[in-house]
Write a protein that binds this ligand. Structure first.
Ligand code: PA5
Length: 363
């Protein structure tokens, strides 16, 4: 993959601090680089877990899918929503929508199993007699699911939720397929795994900066607020994931939005940005399946904002939407972990989230 840039600052031909493992390792005590490297293997294992998940017949026909989860545990729901062939919604909060009932396939996803919003949503969905499934590594939600006899996909814990995207996403997609809300062909899974394995080689720390698009993009985005744009369909959900990964891994503000909606409001915001302010950079997530009208919108928008902001463009790879989404998602994982290491911060640390959860637990 090449990162294309409106300016010449990307595509570095020189090695960087990211090529010196002794230098960056001091900022990675929990091994986030290792988790990123292992992601293709995680996806393989997640598919095996999903295949082994005993999914019962449901009494009512499924009319919609709802996924309850927060933060890293909600991200798989976003992808399911983008790919689903039935109405699908992601609930990030305590309450569930009024339409949830026996015809709802309802996933409660929490990596720790202790997230209060997701537990509240789980209990509400059970009361409404929805077809509830749980994906967790344990915690209170795992215990409740076991006590209630709710179908449970127990995934490995011991690593941050956002590094467990394969475990938190692929069982959902598998179950949604089982209940007729999604179709994923066998070849799609194979394509995804092959692409991810190749990407791990290409973007991993062993590949030096001049040949490594993830390192190049992290270097280009150093000291700016990244604004990530996808387009409706899968890349909009991937843009949200990039934004949250910049927040949690690199500890920087970041924003996301999507085309074509961006052309109806956010485009105006760029009029107010001083030429060459250098405060922001734009990352465009491009998908080879985007429609010609969307492509035209990207090009016109670039011409309108290129004097105001550096623009970097990355393209998905793969034939199937799942593979293309996972590929771009994975690039975001690498870019944001490298951004943290360049800034000298631990990509695993999430002190403010922990402080918030602790403070809330005392109320
Ligand atoms: O990345 C994180 O640690 C958070 O975004 C968590 O995923 C979020 O707080 C929810 O926790 P859990 O995934 O354990 O339900």
């Amino acid at each position: 993959m090449r990162v294309s840039s409106e300016r010449e600052s990307c595509g570095s031909s020189e090695t960087s601090a990211l090529d010196d493992s002794a230098a960056w390792r001091q900022f990675d005590p929990e091994g986030m680089v290792g988790f990123a490297s292992a992601f293709p293997r995680q996806c393989d294992r997640a598919l095996q877990l999903a295949d082994a998940w005993a999914l019962p017949a449901v009494s009512a026909e499924i009319s919609e899918v709802v996924v309850a989860g927060m933060g890293g545990s909600a991200a798989g729901g976003d992808l399911l929503q983008a790919l689903a062939e039935k109405p699908a919604f992601v609930v990030r909060g305590y309450e569930i929508p009024p339409y949830v009932g026996p015809g709802t396939l309802f996933f409660a996803v929490s990596h720790s199993g202790d997230t209060e919003e997701t537990i509240s949503a789980y209990e509400a969905a059970k009361e409404r007699a929805a077809a509830v499934l749980v994906v967790t590594s344990g915690g209170k939600l795992g215990a409740k699911a076991q006590a209630d006899g709710t179908p449970l996909c127990l995934v490995p814990g011991g690593q941050p939720p956002r590094t467990s995207f394969g475990y938190l996403c692929l069982p959902l997609l598998h179950a949604a397929q089982r209940y007729g809300a999604l179709s994923i062909a066998e070849g799609e899974r194979e394509e995804m795994l092959t692409l991810l394995e190749g990407a791990a080689e290409e973007w991993g720390p062993q590949n030096p900066t001049p040949e490594n698009a993830a390192k190049q993009l992290a270097l280009a985005l150093n000291d700016v607020v990244p604004i990530v744009y996808g387009s409706s369909g899968v890349t909009a959900t991937v843009a949200l994931r990039w934004k949250t990964q910049f927040n949690e891994n690199a500890k920087i503000p970041s924003f996301f939005y999507s085309f074509p909606e961006m052309n109806h409001n956010e485009i105006m915001g760029w009029e107010g940005v001083q030429q060459g302010s250098g405060a922001f950079a734009v990352v465009l997530l491009r998908d080879k399946a985007e429609s010609p009208r969307i492509s035209a919108r990207f090009e016109i928008t670039k011409s309108l904002i290129r004097d105001k902001v550096a623009i970097y463009e990355v393209w998905s790879r793969g034939n199937h939407p799942l593979a293309r989404a996972m590929y771009l998602n994975y690039l975001g994982d690498w870019v944001t972990v490298y951004s943290a290491l360049l800034r000298g911060v631990d990509p695993a640390a999430i002190q403010s989230i922990k402080t918030l959860k602790q403070a809330l637990s005392k109320i």
